[in-house]
Design a binder for this molecule. Structure first.
Ligand code: PMP
Length: 380
């Protein structure tokens, strides 16, 4: 195990927390019932687990448990939040959508689809510090704006977007506000509690739950939830909005992982901040230049440029010892230019690196990670 490279790509995915894995196993092997089978104990126990997980997810963002919809991950949640408003937009004549140039592809691609469906999309640029100014958003609002979708934490550079300020700008607007919180849910806790946010996309595998599970929070404004249409039809589970047998084991896993993310928040944050410092000391030799506003960077992601070396060469040189990336795993297949750096007017000469870590509460893991950092120092 220890011979494997040090994993510093937690923004791409995290391992499953052993406590979560144990629970997942329990709901696969022991309590395997179908939560929609209400005629016997097996089904009822599964339903109970699903309801408990809803409470656990809801409490992270302080919403009601019936405002949690389970999905396969943030990609699906983002698609639902955007494409799911098609009929409502057509019926009301609200056909303008605002988002940003630095969103994840799972927001940008459904937005392209909305354009094909006759909607008008405005993509706001970030400032040179990597965040979208609320004032830029205010200027882009129109009477027929249907939806505003601004991510919570950018996955490439880790910059936290000004969610509270955006909510303030939107306080008198009827438009729906969605945030892709794949990187921030369970890590940057306060902003997502803002009641002005109508929809929040959550991904399990960024917080030590398994891959293939996520959620879309659909908050009621007054008494109404956002009027989404389903993208998948079938057995009418989850209020007909997302049919398909509920994966109880994954849902229970997401529930526990969510609860732990709050319980262990401070411990994790402190450990990550310490690691960030140690890492930076270790990398000093290469004179890393952090991309974006350090005051607004989430504690577990760091995007930087290495002025003297190309990132591919660096990744190759350290690959047996350290697993890092030069950006989103969702872009790496087609080796596209980094659209986030481009939007920030940074001349991407192929020297961008992203390091991300998110230690578990376990002190053994923290110590191991620390010793990895000293190894890194020796290596350089
Ligand atoms: N949005 C952001 C900001 C992400 O970082 C990711 C994961 N790379 C996603 C969406 C997609 O999440 P999932 O893997 O759960 O579909």
């Amino acid at each position: 195990m220890n011979k494997r490279p040090i994993y510093l790509d937690y923004a791409a995915t995290t391992p499953v927390d052993p406590r979560v894995a144990e629970l997942v196993m329990f709901y696969m092997v022991e309590e395997f019932g179908n939560a929609s089978s209400h005629t016997h104990e097996y089904g009822l126990k599964a339903l109970k687990a699903v309801n408990q997980a809803k409470e656990q997810v809801a409490s992270v963002v302080e919403c009601k448990s019936d405002e949690v919809l389970f999905t396969s991950g943030a990609t699906e949640s983002n698609n639902m939040a955007i494409l799911g408003l098609t009929d409502y937009g057509n019926n009301t004549g609200k056909k303008h959508i605002i988002s940003t140039q630095i969103e994840h592809k799972s927001v940008l691609e459904p937005l392209k689809e909305m354009e094909k469906r006759g909607f008008q999309v405005t993509l706001l640029p970030p400032n040179e510090k990597g965040w979208v100014e609320p004032e830029t958003l205010r200027k882009a609002l129109k009477p027929d704006t249907l939806l505003i979708s601004v991510m919570h934490v950018n996955n490439e550079i880790g910059i936290i977007q000004p969610i509270d300020e955006i909510c303030e700008v939107l306080k008198d607007s009827e438009a729906f506000f969605h945030t892709d919180a794949a990187q921030g849910f369970g890590k940057d806790l306060e902003p997502l509690k803002n009641k002005r946010i109508d929809m929040i996309s959550v991904s399990g595998h960024k917080i030590f739950a398994p891959k293939g599970i996520g959620a879309l929070i659909l908050r009621r404004r007054k008494i109404k939830k956002p009027p989404l249409q389903p993208l998948v039809f079938g057995g009418q589970q989850q209020g007909r909005l997302r049919s398909g047998t509920l994966p109880t084991q994954l849902i229970a896993g997401l529930g526990l992982a969510s609860e732990l993310s709050v319980k262990e928040y401070l411990q994790r944050k402190e450990a990550c901040l310490k690691h960030k410092q140690e890492l930076f000391d270790a990398l000093e030799l290469f004179k890393p230049q952090i991309v974006g506003d350090t005051q607004r960077q989430i504690f577990n992601i760091c995007g930087f440029l290495l002025p003297t070396i190309r990132s591919e060469a660096f990744i190759l040189a350290v690959k047996d010892r350290i697993a890092i990336s030069n950006g989103s795993a969702c872009n790496s297949r087609d080796n596209l230019r980094n659209h986030v750096l481009e939007a920030m007017n940074i001349d991407d000469k192929g020297n961008f690196l992203r390091i991300s870590f998110f230690v578990e509460g376990d002190s053994k893991i923290i110590n191991l990670t620390k010793s990895y950092f000293s190894n890194l120092k020796a290596l350089l």
